[in-house]
Design a protein around this ligand. Structure first.
Ligand SMILES: Cc1cc2nc3c(=O)[nH]c(=O)nc-3n(C[C@H](O)[C@H](O)[C@H](O)COP(=O)(O)OP(=O)(O)OC[C@H]3O[C@@H](n4cnc5c(N)ncnc54)[C@H](O)[C@@H]3O)c2cc1C
Length: 405
């Protein structure tokens, strides 16, 4: 078995590393870059063909030929350097590919380039109270009135709705039709009198998601993506990109390395925790899962690179489930290490805490990330739902019992 990427791609990896070392302003632990610095870095990365590779140049992308190996290298190297592969958020990662597949030319021209530049920020309006896993039961309705849709109802768990300029979402437009057939995919401006956003506080202490209430909110009729009643089909494209984003395995290996560093820095029984037999056993067990994911990733990548991509979407489902569950376990262990770290009881407790928080390399440190990880495994489809789909579509198991309308 040859696990190398081959000389051409290894040269490409070196080129990307050099580019990041030279141009990413926060490299080598420097201060976080300002918005202007990030924008110039992004422009350069687009020019080099590293960012927005699958997006045509006329919409602000770098329009590169498909090359799964180069894409994998870019994801990992940018992630390891802490550099964003484009503007983060649901707009560039989920809506843009959806518009490229299902949107009208007019919609692509209006929305894609400003979204990729971060000038339009989006939120995703799918879930409603009582309609999460069973999304097709959603009730928020949109009715045509002249040349506009009029929207009434209630969305929930809408991440970043308080920051968003626009929402892409699912609305019931054909009330007489059966569940899936009655839904359309609309784009709706958030900053208008008929839209009210109320924050929901999470156990991390922050409020990243919200409830959104619509009371005669309006959007032009042309802001429908795909045809009336075909929103479900359009939403599947968005969902695949959402699961790819959440289940990106690049994070896991970095997190594991950080965990080893954490164990090296924490103290247990008067020694570095890394020297403790129990800690080592747990690390080795986790490393087994990390490696399993890495090799499974190589298998998928190799199949895709040889034109044998699995088009069933099962790899996406499996990656999302496996990655989010594994991230939870890695962070949980980090949390335990911090909990038992004897240096926290030392006189320099503040220093120790600061060191441990920093070592997580993620906003808020290990503890916040651990708490947040539970949400990440639910967003984009809960673990039970992922298991059901994998079992039924992948393994051909009998269908689970479901409520029918
Ligand atoms: C961090 C985070 C961010 C989110 N961001 C957004 C967003 O921006 N926009 C948006 O629209 N939504 C968002 N969501 C909502 C997310 O899509 C839903 O939480 C998710 O789909 C689950 O729906 P629910 O919360 O209604 O749970 P429910 O569907 O009520 O499920 C509750 C429990 O029952 C289980 N369950 C339900 N049905 C079945 C079944 N048939 N078989 C077996 N078990 C089942 C589930 O697995 C779960 O454990 C976000 C959620 C989180 C946690």
């Amino acid at each position: 078995m040859d696990l190398s990427f081959g000389p051409e791609h290894e040269r490409f990896r070196e080129e990307v590393r050099e580019f990041l070392a030279e141009h990413w302003p926060a490299g080598d632990g420097g201060p976080p870059p300002g918005a202007g610095q990030e924008a110039s870095f992004r422009a350069l990365a687009i020019e080099r063909g590293y960012v927005y590779r699958r997006i045509p140049r006329r919409y602000g992308g770098s329009e590169q030929p498909a090359d799964p190996l180069r894409e994998d290298i870019l994801r990992r190297e940018f992630f390891a350097a802490g550099a964003p592969l484009g503007i983060p958020g649901v707009g560039p990662a989920m809506l843009v590919p959806t518009l490229l597949e299902h949107g009208s030319e007019e919609q692509r021209e209006e929305f894609v380039a400003p979204t990729l530049r971060g000038e339009i920020r989006w939120c995703q309006g799918y879930s409603e109270p009582g309609s999460g896993s069973d999304l097709a039961s959603l009730q928020t309705r949109a009715e045509p009135d002249g040349d506009e849709w009029v929207v009434n109802g209630h969305k929930i768990w809408t991440s970043s709705a308080h920051l968003a300029d626009w929402m892409f979402g699912l609305f019931r437009t054909e009330p007489g039709e059966p569940r899936h057939a009655g839904i359309s995919y609309l784009l709706l401006p958030m900053r208008q009198p008929g839209v009210e956003v109320r924050p929901l506080r999470q156990m991390t202490g922050t409020a990243e998601f919200n409830e959104v209430f619509f009371d005669d909110a309006r959007t032009p009729l042309r802001n429908i993506v795909g045809r009336r009643g075909q929103g479900w089909k359009v939403s599947r494209t968005t969902l695949v990109h959402e699961r790819n984003m959440i289940g990106d395995p690049a994070r896991v290996q970095n997190l594991f390395s950080d965990l080893v560093e954490l164990a090296r820095g924490a103290r247990l029984g008067g020694r570095p925790a890394l020297e403790d037999g129990g800690v080592r056993r747990r690390l080795v067990e986790l490393e087994g899962y990390v490696r399993a994911q890495q090799y499974s990733g190589y298998r998928q990548l190799s199949a895709t690179a040889h034109g044998r991509e699995d088009r069933t979407r099962l790899p996406t489902l499996m990656n999302k489930l496996y990655t989010t569950e594994l991230v939870k376990r890695l962070l949980e262990f980090g949390y335990d290490l911090i909990d038992s770290d004897e240096s926290l009881a030392a006189p320099d407790e503040n220093d120790a805490r600061a060191r441990l928080a920093r070592s997580a390399n993620y906003p808020g440190g290990w503890t916040t990330q651990y708490l947040y990880a539970h949400g990440a495994s639910i967003a984009g489809g809960s673990p039970n739902i992922q298991r059901n789909i994998i079992g039924e579509r992948g393994l051909g198991l009998p269908r689970d019992l479901r409520q029918t309308p």
